[in-house]
Design a protein around this ligand. Structure first.
Ligand SMILES: *Cc1c(COP(=O)(O)O)cnc(C)c1O
Length: 358
């Protein structure tokens, strides 16, 4: 179906995606570079993203759920190694075995289950080194060593709690705890780093790195930017323009009031599309090169922008860029007091995603 001019556009640059993957692979000090494609490849579309990464040479993929693993297998074909981070539930064993999904075993229960049901199929093992979320504690690992002898271990992994701050002392504590625990399974390859850890030096890269957000153009660090290619462009059209003056208010709850004359554009984008409502009175878009702040509340289908600074560039049908080269993902995340991760994974099904190769 052809789209009207009033449709928002979500464009995904697969060339930028694969160049970001190559950047991480080049920073990995010889470690294998996998790709994390959970949550529909961070909202960008599992199928085109996984296909492009595989064509660029990526052989190992991580998802969170068994069903995501199944979807990844349909796209990637039989050769890819697909890890499922959340592990395997008793009812899921058939799915995992039939589609050659490799669970990351997070608990004694999962290890016992896989030992019985997985027979000779490989698995990953997650060690908890201080995040206290998933994975085996030191004591549990002692108990697991017996059953693990009959499982082919494809990777031993752990996850850093504070990699968004490379100077945080917890990073080195977790790294040392991980290496100490892992000596009990000396044959298996080791993986500790997501996007942030990969850029923290060879001592974090080990045998395999697992970048996610960096592939999609988001900096893994709170305070440093990283030279990544922007992957996502989100633009939405101006539907209507109006002039407001002192005392006029905008939108639900009348939370913004003009103190002088302003040109206001109404844009066809809202929280129903996945643009966070926390952008009310704090998010921004770029129109004709000018930074245009959001005025009032974000509603389901509409946002109001102060386009006074855009001059004659603010006209009906002109596009306001919310994400892209002029409106960086990290800047938008900061304005909305959230993370690039949340912005991307909220992008809904209302958009037709279009893909290019840059
Ligand atoms: C999501 C996730 C990753 C990817 O993290 P990024 O910060 O997006 O690079 C890696 N490892 C685990 C265990 C994860 O849950």
């Amino acid at each position: 179906m052809s789209l009207g001019n009033y449709q928002s556009q979500l464009r995904i640059d697969l060339g930028a995606l694969t160049s970001n993957w190559s950047f991480f692979a080049g920073q990995a000090h010889g470690a294998q570079c996998a790709a994390v494609i959970k949550a529909n490849a961070y909202g960008l579309g599992m199928k085109p993203v996984a296909t492009a990464l595989a064509e660029a040479g990526c052989e190992t993929f991580f998802v969170a759920h068994g069903l995501e693993g199944y979807q990844a297998r349909q796209v990637l074909g039989p050769k890819a190694l697909i890890f499922v981070l959340n592990g395997v539930a008793p009812q899921e064993c058939e799915l995992f075995l039939e589609h050659d999904l490799t669970p990351v075993l997070n608990s004694l229960e999962q290890i016992t289950l896989w030992q019985k049901r997985g027979l000779c199929c490989p698995a990953g093992v997650h060690l908890d080194t201080g995040m206290n979320r998933l994975g085996l504690s030191e004591e549990e690992l002692d108990q697991a060593l017996g059953p693990l002898k009959s499982i082919q271990i494809a990777v031993i992994m752990s996850h850093l709690a504070c990699a968004s701050d490379p100077d945080h002392p917890k990073n080195d504590m977790q790294r040392k705890a991980f290496l100490t625990l892992a000596t009990q399974m000396p044959e298996a390859p080791l993986s500790l780093a997501a996007s942030g850890g990969t850029l923290m030096g060879s001592q974090y890269c080990l045998d395999m790195v697992r970048p996610g957000i960096g592939l999609y153009g988001g900096s893994p660090f709170d305070r440093h930017s990283v030279a990544l290619e922007p992957v996502v462009t989100l633009e939405s059209p101006i539907l209507q323009l109006r002039s407001v003056g002192p005392g006029d208010t905008i939108g639900y709850g009348a939370t913004w009031q003009a103190d002088r004359r302003r040109i206001v554009a109404t844009i066809g984008l809202g929280y129903g599309d996945g643009y966070l409502r926390s952008g009310s009175n704090r998010g921004f878009a770029i129109v004709a090169g000018a930074v245009c702040p959001i005025l009032g509340r974000v509603s389901m289908d509409l946002i109001s922008l102060d386009v006074t600074g855009a001059g004659s560039g603010a006209k009906i049908g002109a596009m306001a860029q919310f994400l892209g080269r002029d409106a960086p993902l990290d800047a938008q995340a900061q304005a909305l007091d959230t993370l690039s991760y949340e912005i991307l994974t909220r992008l809904g099904d209302r958009f037709e995603r279009t893909y290019s190769q840059s």
